[in-house]
Write a protein that binds this ligand. Structure first.
Ligand code: ATP
Length: 247
C-alpha cells in the first residue's frame, strides 16, 4: 500500500436531462488497495463507474484514473483498466476462449495464457461450448476473466459476484485478494453483499444521492461497529451518524 491515487475524483457532477444524479462527488482510491463502493439502489455507483471508464462524460468536475484524465486520456485509460459494468455482453455463438481471444486482440494484448485465466475463474472445462449455453454464474465468471486477462492496473467491478454460487463467491474473493496482493492491481468494487465487501476491502466509500459522504478505512469501521459493515451502513442510511465526509 502507498499514497498514490489509482482513482481521484474531485467535485464530479453528472446531470441527466437537468437532473443532477452525481453531485460534487469526491473519492480517492489508493493504489494497491481494495475500495468497496457502497450505496442503495439508484445512489449513483454505476454512473460514477461509467464516468471513470469513459462510458459517460462528466458534466462538471475532474476525475483521474491511474493519474490520467478521464476526459482527455480515455483510450489510454481503457487499455489499463478492466471493467464489469452492467450486464456483460459476449459473442453468444462463440466459446469462452474465442471471446477472450477477441478481447485480447482488441486490447492489443495477445500474449496472455487464456487457459490459465479460465482456470482461475473455474471455466477451464467449457471447451467449445458456446457462451449462449452458459448459466448466469458462468457468464459472470467469464466477465471476470475478461476484466482481468489483459493484466489491467485497475479493476472497476460493478456487482461482480451477482449470480455466483457460494463456492464461486469464495473463489472470486480469493482471486481478487490475489490480484491486489500479488499482481499489483487496484480494485474498485461495488456490491450490495456487504459481508463480501467486509471480507476484502481496505477502504469503504458510501455514496448517498450522488455524493460520497463517507470514505473510511474498514479497520475504523470494524473498531466502531464490532458487528460489522452492515450495522455501519444501515446506521448511515437511517441517519444514525452524520453525513460529514470522514477524510
Ligand atoms: N442514462 C440515464 N438517464 C437518466 N437517468 C439516469 C441514467 N442513468 C442513470 N440514471 C439515474 O441516475 C441515478 C443513479 O443511477 P445508478 O445506476 O448510477 O445507481 P446505482 O447506485 O448503480 O444503483 P443500483 O445499486 O440499483 O445499481 C438513478 O436515479 C438513475 O435513474
Amino acid at each position: 500500500m502507498n499514497n498514490i491515487s489509482a482513482v481521484k475524483v474531485e467535485n464530479l457532477t453528472k446531470t441527466f436531462d437537468g437532473n443532477e444524479v452525481i453531485k460534487n462527488c469526491n473519492m480517492n482510491v489508493q493504489k494497491g488497495t481494495i475500495y468497496g463502493f457502497l450505496g442503495v439502489n439508484g445512489a449513483g455507483k454505476t454512473t460514477v463507474f461509467k464516468m471513470l471508464s469513459g462510458l459517460l462524460t462528466p458534466t462538471m468536475g475532474n476525475a483521474q484514473v491511474l493519474e490520467m484524465d478521464v476526459m482527455s486520456q480515455r483510450s489510454e485509460i481503457l487499455r489499463n483498466i478492466g471493467t464489469i459494468i452492467e450486464t456483460p455482453i459476449f459473442y453468444d455463438h462463440l466459446s469462452a476462449t474465442e471471446n477472450l481471444e477477441i478481447h485480447l486482440a482488441y486490447m492489443e494484448a495477445d500474449d496472455t495464457d487464456i487457459d490459465s485465466v479460465l482456470a482461475k475463474v473455474g471455466l477451464n472445462n467449457t471447451g467449445k461450448q458456446p457462451v449462449s449455453k452458459f448459466s448466469l454464474g458462468m457468464l459472470q465468471r467469464l466477465a471476470i476473466a475478461r476484466a482481468i486477462i489483459h493484466k489491467p492496473k485497475l479493476l472497476i467491478l460493478d456487482e461482480p459476484i451477482n449470480g455466483l454460487d457460494p463456492i464461486g463467491i469464495r473463489e472470486m474473493r480469493e482471486l481478487f485478494l490475489d490480484l491486489v496482493k500479488n499482481q499489483d492491481m487496484t480494485l474498485l468494487i461495488s456490491s450490495h453483499i456487504l459481508s463480501e465487501i467486509e471480507h476484502i476491502a481496505d477502504t469503504i466509500g458510501v455514496i448517498v444521492n450522488g455524493t460520497v459522504i463517507r470514505e473510511v478505512s474498514l479497520a475504523e469501521v470494524k473498531a466502531e461497529y464490532p458487528n460489522g459493515l452492515e450495522d455501519y451502513f444501515i446506521d448511515i442510511m437511517t441517519g444514525g451518524i452524520s453525513d460529514d465526509k470522514n477524510d
